[in-house]
Design a protein around this ligand. Structure first.
Ligand code: FDA
Length: 303
């Protein structure tokens, strides 16, 4: 119920305007968002690299409704890819297609993302296409496949809560592409998605096994100790090396587990969001763990 309300709030432009101007919510965002500028994002990545984490930078923003804003997003990603190269950090980028104009025009979006993929390719770097709501799953896969076939340095994300995901994964593995597996963060209808956490979790474990048996380098993105333990057990049982996959986690979430995995000798990549458009991202993090609202409340009363 609360989760559903928070996901609903994540889509409200009015609340977004209010929250992004309020100082208490800006303070809260800093727990989960590295800052508002490219250089703040890069600084966070340097700090993570110093502690043995890889990173992926995400310039926050989604559902843009003008071509100008979509082009600006693409320009900012070019700056980020350049900055990653110049500062020699261990980092790639993750992006959302609706920030690149997917809902305006699919081909315009593809061209916008292509600029970033080409620039990353010059530097031998990689671009991950995040997965958004189910209204854009098919379009996201089409854009991904087109760019992957041409350039190769692109990966995609699939969500364990969707019924369709096993088929999408099996098709994508035929292309030998790199996949990030996550549970899924959007509000989806019951006819296409698992509603019980235990069903999503079982599907996650099943899909994790398919991915790790494929011999391709994938990302296992979760903070759930049960998913992490299932992965550790599976790689031990199947003799899959610690350098043949990576765990991925979000900036500021379960830092204890992040550190523990590094101590245990696993590869861990931290997803580092930055930028002014942090509202929807933050609300999805609240929905995943309403206990985070206590953290918001503390900042509110501190002013
Ligand atoms: P689950 O939600 O079951 O949480 C397990 C435990 O993790 C909780 O009990 C708590 O301890 C901790 N935890 C989880 N979320 C927390 C939070 N917000 N604050 C504090 N603790 C928290 N989704 C998507 O739809 N498309 C995408 O492209 C991506 N990309 C992505 C990249 C990376 C690197 C990660 C880690 C996640 C995503 N996600 C995503 C989000 C993902 O779908 C999912 O919503 C969250 O990871 C939460 O799911 P968990 O697997 O962590 O498990």
């Amino acid at each position: 119920m609360l989760k559903s309300l928070l996901l609903h709030m994540s889509e409200s432009p009015r609340l977004q305007r209010f929250a992004t101007n309020a100082s208490f919510s800006r303070k809260t965002a800093r727990r989960f968002v590295a800052g508002e500028t490219t250089s703040e994002g890069i600084q966070a990545v340097k700090d993570l690299n110093a502690r043995k984490f890889s990173a992926t930078l995400d310039n926050l923003g989604e559902s843009v409704n003008t071509t100008e804003k979509a082009t600006e997003a693409s320009d900012e990603y070019l700056r980020a890819v350049d900055a990653i190269h110049e500062s020699k950090v261990d980092c790639n980028v993750s992006l959302k297609l609706t920030q690149f104009g997917l809902v305006l025009d699919e081909d315009f979006c593809r061209q916008n993302v292509e600029r970033v993929v080409q620039r990353a390719k010059q530097y031998n770097n990689f671009v991950r296409i995040d997965m958004e709501g189910s209204n854009v799953t098919d379009a996201t896969i089409r854009v991904f496949r087109n760019l992957f076939d041409q350039y190769g340095n692109v990966g995609i994300v699939f969500q364990a809560y969707l019924f369709r995901t096993q088929k999408d994964i099996e098709e994508t593995l035929q292309q030998k592409a790199r996949i990030r597996l996550c549970k899924g963060a959007y509000k989806e209808p019951p006819d296409i998605s698992f509603k019980n956490k235990s069903d999503t979790d079982s599907n996650y474990v099943k899909l994790m096994k398919i991915l790790l048996k494929s011999g391709i380098y994938h990302g296992i993105a979760t903070h759930d100790p049960n998913m992490i333990n299932a992965t550790k057990q599976f790689v031990t049982q199947e003799k899959i090396g610690h350098d043949e996959f990576e765990f991925q986690m979000l900036y500021g979430i379960r830092r204890d587990l992040q550190e523990q995995l590094i101590r245990d000798g696993y590869r861990v990549r931290i997803y580092v969001p930055y930028g002014a458009e942090w509202y929807s991202y933050l609300m999805r993090r609240m929905a995943e763990r309403p206990a985070n609202l206590m953290f918001v409340a503390r900042n509110f009363f501190r002013g």
